[in-house]
Design a protein around this ligand. Structure first.
Ligand code: UDP
Length: 252
């Protein structure tokens, strides 16, 4: 299956209309062909900012897979009357690909977060998925990119979790695709904090109510500013896109 054939345009970002199962099987097929590139998990924040940054939009749209990470993206697609088939949260996708990665004996590099976090995430994931090789880890606060790249080269990863927050991680992956052509990279933001146990994911109750975003804001109030600057304007911009599309359809 090639999910690239089914796309939903939200403010210029082409989201793959894909379920979690299809995303896993597409990732497996890329791995079986030894194909690199990168997977992005956009939320309203990055989609909104990419409107003012055509380069960012371009590099997101060049990803092998652009999955609908958050409920804001699902709601936007509904507003545009092109509903997405389901949410594919990056934190879940990152883990869902690991059973088959472990069965293949894939090598995973974890890059990002504060010192010690990627190592702990690696320890926990290796224990949970025997067969998976954690071939290296680096925190996301180093300044020497050449040294980092040499370390990654030597580790020869098949998969890499790049957890630097958006849009830094998307820019990093796009800039390093040619350097690591056989490594499939995933931009996973704060997921490494969750894999390491440093941060707890919202309990199931909140997730079922689609209120994970609210739980995150309540636990990390410093996110509120970022949220207010991006999510309400994102939803307004989506409504404007919808009105413009309706108008264009009437004029046809
Ligand atoms: N981070 C990093 N280097 C930086 C800034 C941030 O490695 O220079 C890490 C940060 O420690 C955290 C992740 O990037 O682990 C971003 O998490 P956040 O929850 O902000 O990202 P989101 O999931 O919202 O994209």
């Amino acid at each position: 299956m090639n999910p690239k054939t089914v796309k939903i345009d939200i403010l210029g970002i082409a989201i793959d209309n894909i379920t979690m199962e299809e995303a896993i099987s597409y990732v497996d097929s890329l791995r079986e062909q030894n194909v690199g590139g990168y997977v992005v998990t956009p939320n309203p924040e990055i989609i909104f900012h990419s409107q003012e940054d055509p380069e960012l939009a371009k590099l997101i749209n060049k990803a092998r897979l652009v999955v609908p990470d958050g409920i804001g993206v699902i709601k936007a697609a509904k507003t545009l009357e092109r509903p997405l088939r389901g949410r594919v949260p990056g934190v879940e996708l990152g883990e869902a690909i690991l059973p088959s990665a472990a069965a293949r004996g894939d090598r995973l590099y974890i890059y990002g977060a504060k010192p010690g976090v990627a190592e702990e995430a690696g320890r926990r994931l290796a224990a949970k998925y025997p067969g998976l090789i954690i071939c290296g880890t680096s925190d996301g606060y180093g300044k020497d990119d050449d040294a980092l790249c040499e370390k990654i080269d030597a580790a020869k990863p098949d998969l890499m979790f790049v957890c630097l927050g958006t849009p830094v991680q998307e820019r990093w992956m796009a800039a390093h695709t040619a350097r690591f052509p056989q490594c499939l990279m995933f931009g996973l933001g704060g997921s490494v904090d969750i894999y390491s146990g440093t941060v707890q994911r919202a309990p199931k109750f909140w997730r079922t109510l689609n209120l994970e975003w609210f739980y995150r804001l309540a636990c990390q109030p410093k996110r509120i500013g970022r949220f207010l600057k991006s999510t309400p304007p994102f939803l307004c911009a989506v409504r404007r896109q919808h009105r413009a599309e309706k108008k264009a359809a009437r004029q046809k």
